[in-house]
Design a binder for this molecule. Structure first.
Ligand code: BG6
Length: 514
């Protein structure tokens, strides 16, 4: 297909090796929310901006009967609402839609895979996609292993051949604890090589998350300060203003630790704390991230008692919008003890970070949406200014705002103009929007493109997922033991339970109010 879109200035700068080879993407779970909200809109935007190979095809697979045309119409509506490259006009859409197909099959039934194989052969011949295939598992997690096993049994996932490429993208959640993650890894790896499996964490597709490494390692001035000698502590915050938005059934069994911390926040933690990798190759990067997870201190009883707070929101209002209590949400047990907020103090026992606490918090129904990493620096020696000037004791803070209002700020003390030596904290700001004047791509756009290119560096490796679950297990066992304090209530629209503030006070620090 030759796109009929105007040249994309970004695309002109693109190195040749970022143009993926022809391929077919097969999306299992084509009737689901993710396909309509994220996957097809991301592919449409990639196509429109000319990042996709000239020959490609998208095949949606789901149980219900649907014609190609009905699938195309549904996806057009989805792209009109959700694609970054909007509006969607008819000429563009018709050209893109010619690459869209739908195949009805039961994920459990081996016969569906035989018919899928025949269908893929036909589509690939017609579209000239050359045989590279990506299978995207956007289904309920219970199907992940079954689909991969059925694909392998039907000869659709050749473990022993590298050409043509056969890759599998696995959505989250990847297991619910260490045991289930291990079991899933074992079943997947019986059918596919590790380098064929792309475990997705959409936070790694965010520009600002990727910029963590660029910021640290492409500049000379920050990395020398990035260690226990200069950093007092680190705060990683993920606040969301929304509640659980009708996902009660899923969330009540998961909780915020499984939903946000084990995956997204731990990835951000790894990129913040890791050593510079030997190269930017997927395995070198992931080796360093795994080392961070392995160096996380196993929490003692005292660590769990003093350095963990879990909370659950009660009725309140966010931005003037009333929100019911968590336990009143649909799909949530009325006596649920599931946490919608957590604050954690983590220690990384390695050379770089010995003694530097990492405070993580994640919560739903907080006053605003904000994700940030803040490095709070140690104070200078208490001579000259610090004794008399309280403001001079305000720590220097480097805050990396992951979203929204993406940017970086550095707070330091400056002399207030005038005859006395008064010091005030001031801020130096970098904003993506004003510096680059363009909207960052959607995380899924980058991740889908990387997978087509066979670049797994922004996907998580099996041992990484297991290492993060291993640490999370300490927390869940503690909560299940009955020894832990109960979930602390907090009103929707507040910054979480007061216990989380008290936890910080115990350690002589304060949460930032981003
Ligand atoms: C998802 C979680 O993985 O990430 C959601 O399941 C959460 O509960 C979402 O709202 C947050 O993603 P983002 O990109 O909006 O920060």
């Amino acid at each position: 297909m030759t796109p009929s879109t105007p040249p994309n200035p970004l695309r002109e700068e693109l190195e040749d090796d970022r143009l993926p080879p022809p391929c077919t993407m097969v999306i299992f779970g084509a009737s689901g929310d993710l396909t309509a909200r994220k996957l097809v809109p991301a592919l449409y935007t990639l196509w429109k901006e000319r990042w996709l190979p000239p020959a490609f095809a998208i095949v949606g697979v789901a149980r219900r009967d649907e014609s190609d045309d009905a699938f195309r119409a549904r996806m057009r509506e989805a792209c009109t609402r959700f694609a970054r490259a909007r509006p969607v006009d008819t000429a563009d859409w018709d050209a893109f839609a010619a690459a869209l197909f739908y195949h009805a099959a039961d994920f459990d039934d081996p016969r569906g895979y035989v018919s899928l194989a025949a269908r893929l052969d036909r589509i690939e011949r017609a579209r000239g996609t050359g045989g590279d295939r990506i299978y995207y598992l956007s289904t309920a997690p219970a199907y992940f292993a079954t689909i991969v096993e059925r694909l392998a049994a039907a000869g659709l996932l050749d473990r022993d051949r590298h050409e043509p490429a056969r890759r599998v993208i696995v959505e989250k959640p990847f297991g619910v604890d260490l045991e289930s993650a291990r079991a899933l890894n074992t079943r997947l790896l019986a059918c596919a090589r590790e380098d064929q499996i792309y475990r997705i964490d959409h936070y790694l597709g965010k520009e600002t998350v990727q910029n963590l490494l660029v910021f640290r390692l492409a500049n000379g001035i920050f990395e020398p300060l990035w260690n226990a000698r200069y950093v007092d502590h680190v705060q990683i915050t993920s606040a969301e203003a929304i509640g659980i938005e009708g996902r009660g059934g899923y969330f009540d069994a998961a909780g915020i630790v499984r939903d946000m911390v084990q995956n997204h926040l731990f990835q951000v933690l790894c990129l913040t704390a890791m050593e510079p990798p030997a190269s930017l190759d997927a395995d070198d990067l992931r080796d360093e991230k795994v080392k961070v997870l392995r160096a996380l201190r196993v929490p003692s009883e005292a660590d769990l008692r003093d350095g963990v707070v879990r909370g659950q929101y009660t009725a309140g209002s966010v931005h003037g919008r009333p929100l019911p209590a968590y336990v009143e949400e649909r799909g949530v047990a009325p006596d649920s003890a599931t946490e919608t907020y957590v604050a954690l103090r983590l220690l990384i026992d390695n050379w770089r970070w010995a003694g530097v606490p990492f405070y993580l918090r994640a919560g739903k129904a907080l006053p605003k949406k904000v994700t940030e990493v803040a490095l709070v620096f140690k104070a200078p020696p208490p001579v000259l200014f610090s004794v008399r000037h309280r403001a001079a004791r305000e720590p220097n803070v480097l805050a990396i705002r992951i979203q929204p209002d993406e940017g970086i700020s550095l707070r330091f003390g400056a002399k207030v103009p005038g005859p006395s030596t008064e010091i005030h904290p001031v801020t130096m700001e970098f904003r993506y929007g004003s510096s680059f004047g363009r909207e960052p791509p959607e995380a899924y756009e980058r991740l889908l493109l990387d997978c087509m290119l066979g670049d797994g560096s922004l996907f998580t490796r099996g041992d990484e997922v297991e290492a993060s679950w291993a640490w999370i297990g300490h927390l869940h066992r503690h909560w299940a033991s009955g020894e832990a304090p109960p979930v602390a209530p907090y009103a929707a629209g507040s910054w979480g339970p007061t216990e989380a503030d008290r936890m910080m006070e115990r350690f002589g620090v304060r949460w930032r109010r981003p």
